[in-house]
Design a protein around this ligand. Structure first.
Ligand code: XMP
Length: 227
């Protein structure tokens, strides 16, 4: 269960860079995540040209905006993201329910967008800022009916705790595999549904081979931990 993060390096043709990787990898991965660097460089209409080609396929197409604004602004962002052909959007749990995520969640339901909320992160400060309030952030994710939550692959103990708290209904997406140090399959063994990998695949000379390698390591690790 692999999601590829497409963050094009500065100085290259972002449209071509993303299109090439989508074409190469669409048959072997569960989905793609596109974030602010690409959206800011290309603008929503050019991103739409790329994403629309894949909208009818059985792929997760995630817009990683990590939204954290008042409800009506996040609602407007969700409308733009839906127009571009994405089927999922990421927002922060910490912004809270009333006047914020409840408004976004309602618009996501109307648009058929999956709402994914961030409850912890991979960077060092996250253990200080997010983890003491993990349970509260997860309760917010549950209250607004999040389809999924983002939890760091780099801290398997946080994934295990998150899985205990969300039960089996909510998907766990875990970034941090590869470039940030977590090994393939480790997060899934701890309770994640998907691992998100960016640079180890997309910046490789041969992204297709790199993805196959990660998938194979993931499968081996999961087979071992599930006995
Ligand atoms: P790399 O190249 O490090 O890319 O494999 C990782 C991708 O995942 C995103 N990322 C995160 N997103 N919480 C998130 O919601 C996190 O803790 C986190 N860490 C990394 C990052 O934006 C990149 O696209």
């Amino acid at each position: 269960m692999l999601i590829v993060a497409l963050d094009p390096p500065t100085g290259l043709d972002a449209f071509k860079w993303i299109s090439t990787r989508l074409r190469l990898l669409e048959g072997i991965v569960s989905g793609f995540k596109i974030g602010l660097p690409a959206l800011l460089r290309l603008g929503i209409d050019r991103v739409r040209e790329i994403v629309k080609t894949y909208s009818s396929k059985d792929l997760l197409l995630i817009a990683d905006l990590k939204l954290a604004d008042v409800g009506f602004v996040m609602k407007l962002s969700a409308e733009v993201i839906s127009y571009a052909g994405f089927n999922a959007i990421i927002a922060h749990s910490f912004i809270g329910v009333e006047g914020a995520l409840e408004v976004l969640a309602q618009r996501c339901r109307e648009l058929g967008l999956r709402l994914i909320t961030v409850v912890s992160m991979t960077h060092p400060a996250a253990s200080k800022m997010f983890d003491p309030i993990l349970e509260q952030l997860i309760n917010i994710a549950k209250e607004v009916g999040s389809w999924g939550i983002v939890v760091p692959a780099t801290r398997p103990n946080v994934i295990r705790r998150a899985r205990q708290l969300v039960g089996s209904e909510i998907k766990i997406l875990a970034p941090g595999v590869g470039a940030q140090g977590a090994t393939p399959g480790e997060a899934i063994c701890s309770g994640a549904d998907y691992e998100i990998v960016g640079r180890s695949i997309t910046y490789s000379e041969d992204p297709y081979r790199a993805a196959l390698q990660i998938l194979s390591e993931q499968r081996e690790r999961v087979a071992r931990c599930r006995g």
